[in-house]
Write a protein that binds this ligand. Sequence first.
Ligand code: PMP
Length: 448
Amino acid sequence: MSSDLDTAAFAEQHIAKGIGRLTKHVFDEGRGTFITTDKGVKLLDLTAGIGVVNLGHCHPKVSAAAAAQCSKITHAQVNIGFSSAQIALLKELLPILPDKSLDTVFLWNSGAEAVEAAVKLARAATKKPNIIVMQGSYHGRTNATASMTRSKTIYGEGHGPLMGGVFATAFPYYSQFGAPSDTPTEELVNQALLQLKLTLQQSTSPADTAAIILEPVLGEGGYVPAPPEFLRGLRKVCDDNNILLIVDEVQSGMGRTGHMWFIEESGVRPDVLVFAKGIANGFPLSGIASSKKLMDLQKPGSMGGTYAGNAVACAAAKATIEAFREEKILDNVAARSKQLFSFLRDLKSSNTKAGNLIEDIRGSGLMVGVQFANPEVQRDSSNTASRNAQSQPQLAPKIVQECVKRDMLLLSTSVFDVLRFIPPLTITEEELSQACGIFKESLEAVAK
Ligand code: PMP
């Protein structure tokens, strides 16, 4: 591995330290599943820029659409007039949304901004102040979304006071309860729904609660898909109490989980869907979709922003959706997901030192998490206290660095010991087997 220390030294001097980053590489070019640094190092990218370049870096159709838009109009300001690029995008986007009732859209730039837009909508529509979030959730780093984020304290630490009116309830994730990894799903769901009932009795009453928001696959909090029974349970609680259900598919959406939207699998209708990341394959675009009935409750002028739904990003998003269809991306997600799960399961059951480190393999499509066993817990698997003490990832960060040494980018996540596989959805069979090989070598290096 070669490094980019000289250019990186300049960057370190002049770019905010608060960003924090995995490597000192300087990314210069991206094609498909690979990034090349300015020193010519070719990196296998299993992060897809945190689930953004779902069609791979610089997808030709998306780049061409953005380039064409650049010579048409780049900034069609939405508080001044309608944008033809937005209108063209909506004609492609509306038919792929998870429910017909989601017929009205507000476009913005980043995921966090879109989450904030969803909160504003919920408060305005219900005339109630409070929001319930899931323990372990990640919704962004702005003041409001840091307040709604419960995956790690670092996002809010030292930045308070954060937005008020936010209450956390349990997500059905075994580590969150200090339970063993083989705890039956039904038990976890019952526990989580009981916690929600208590949250509404003890912390924020239905009369004060505007919305429940969740990532249907817990992302930064540990890559845990919500069981369909949990999603249906939430829908019922929302229906019974005049609370809106906001589904944040910023990371899990746009084909990532093998469905266009993960929520589709459960048949649950969100009142508000939040999307970003993969929607424009690397161009900054996000948004919310809801019913016209709810959206029309907001006063004209209360929403918007200088760059909201930028025309170039809209053109890129339209091309992204078209390419999804033309290239049958969901078929590749299904095939590569099968390949990845079978590799990981074989490794876990191989009865090798490396395989024995794996506690849990989970996920959907190409949003796959691998959780490592805490050696303390392995020694005494009946001890809930020692399971609860596992709040410091031991192995995942080391494995990530071993992968980086082997020119592969892979991300860890959560306060628990979890690695996430989130490659471009266009990854080929050969590229994925190369990635699996590097992962295995890295795990073996750490297991020594
Ligand atoms: N919600 C979820 C589920 C996310 O994964 C993220 C980003 N990781 C966000 C919101 C925030 O998106 P952004 O970084 O674009 O603000």
